[in-house]
Design a protein around this ligand. Sequence first.
Ligand code: NAD
Length: 398
Amino acid sequence: MKLRNVYYRVRQFGFSAFMYLAPLRDAKVLSGAGSIYKIPELVKQEGLKKVLVVTTPGFIRRGSLTPFFESLTKAGVSYAVFSEVQPDPTTDCIEEAVAHYSKEQCEAIIAIGGGSVIDCSKALGARIARPKKSIPQMAGLLKVLKRIPNIYAVPTTAGTGSEATAGAVITNAADHYKFTILDLCLVPQYAILDPELTVGLPAHITAVTGMDALTHAVEAYTNRFCSPTAKKQAYEAVKLIYENLLTAYEDGSNIKARENMLLASYYAGMAINSNFIGYVHALAHGIGGLYGVTHGMANAIIMPYVLEAFGDAASKKLSNLAELVGIGGASEQKNAKAFIDSIREMNKKMNIPDKVAELQEKDFKTLTSRAVKEGNPTYPVPVIWEEKKFEEVLKWLR
Ligand code: NAD
């Protein structure tokens, strides 16, 4: 092994051990239909004077939050609304949210939306805690290191698991570079898993966000240094996804399937908290940033190719996952292939393509260097890759 890779592995082991042993401030979880209506009481108990509800224009247009706003008023909780979050929040969007929060003199954040809304809320919280640091200055590991305002995270996709994670993914408005702020203080105070809010999620968003959760679970587990706890969380998530995603896709009003998908997404988020994501994400962030391909879609397409390219380095664990979901029983290599094939099959059933139509060869250099920069040395992936290997995978994706 190259000396540099030895150094990477030592660093990764250190990070993983730190994330495992550090007293992760897990979000307090409330779940079940109607659990969003417990928020006003929680806010009151904290003695907060005013909260900012962060959401998307769609939720306001559809009027689906009106009963929740009424419940805040009824409980005597003052609130303001910032509803300008677009998919993949940019640094500009965060600054708008910061200005709104400050103007309205808010003291906490209720984030109602997918990963984009929750990440925007985390970055907003980080800017409030560290007013002298810009968002790009907080990119990377442990750059916030200060308590941020309470976040009551209500995921409406299942999903990113952002309601559980210590990360916020932000796109730089200037150069479309997607980066992560990773700090334990970003873990929301509360994760409210209310399946009723995901019932209206269109089938194709259900599909790709569900595959995002699967990517988290698979990457956290196949990564090196996976702790027994992360393994348990990843297994739970994979099982729930295999049992519920297709049902949620085909019958969006199936509350049980929606509830289980929210749980799966939460567990997968917990797994990446201690054991990180991997090269699927490193490529997906670049592709998402450059072409606007949605995050879940990019992960869903890329995942089987990256797992295949890992070869024997991941086959034992992929074989275990095949056994977990009931498609094992053969040799390690055959089981691993069966698991990868089952991902492709699931994509196909949910009309997810198997190539990235937008991908252009002229961008390979940018994408490979961004993937290397993001993945190395941080992600404890099964095999460490350099630019050349990423380029090979990009060729398969066209
Ligand atoms: P999203 O939040 O971007 O939402 C996707 C679309 O679905 C949006 O148009 C949104 O308005 C709509 N939508 C959301 N909920 C809906 C509902 N219930 N009904 C109807 N429409 C609804 O998608 P996402 O996949 O949840 O989040 C993606 C973002 O999260 C990306 O920027 C990604 O990089 C980031 N991410 C963050 C983490 C983390 O740990 N912080 C992990 C993975 C991904």
